[in-house]
Write a protein that binds this ligand. Sequence first.
Ligand SMILES: [Zn+2]
Length: 110
Amino acid sequence: MSKAKISPKLQMEVKARDNFTCRACGYGGNANHSDYLVCDHMQSEKNLGPTKAWNLQCLCIGCNLSKGSQNWTFDIRKKAVAEKVWAENKRDIRRFFAHKCDVAFLTHIK
Ligand SMILES: [Zn+2]
């Protein structure tokens, strides 16, 4: 499977739109975290999801790895809320990984 190249400009656009915050776990918060965040296809490339801003979401490297080519879509996190729940989510995300990335487990994550 060939990965479509997301231009640096589009990557920055998507990360900024998503407040440099992982939509799944709330990691991040500002541009300093940019290197640990990736642009992920909500509808995966495997399922012919286009490389357009509306089909891209900001995820941290860890969440992106566990998502793989599945079609998971998360809402953009509000900055203040993300900061508040991150400490808790960090613990839950570790458990999420420990649970072999069971999607059902994500419902426990705020
Ligand atoms: Zn994450």
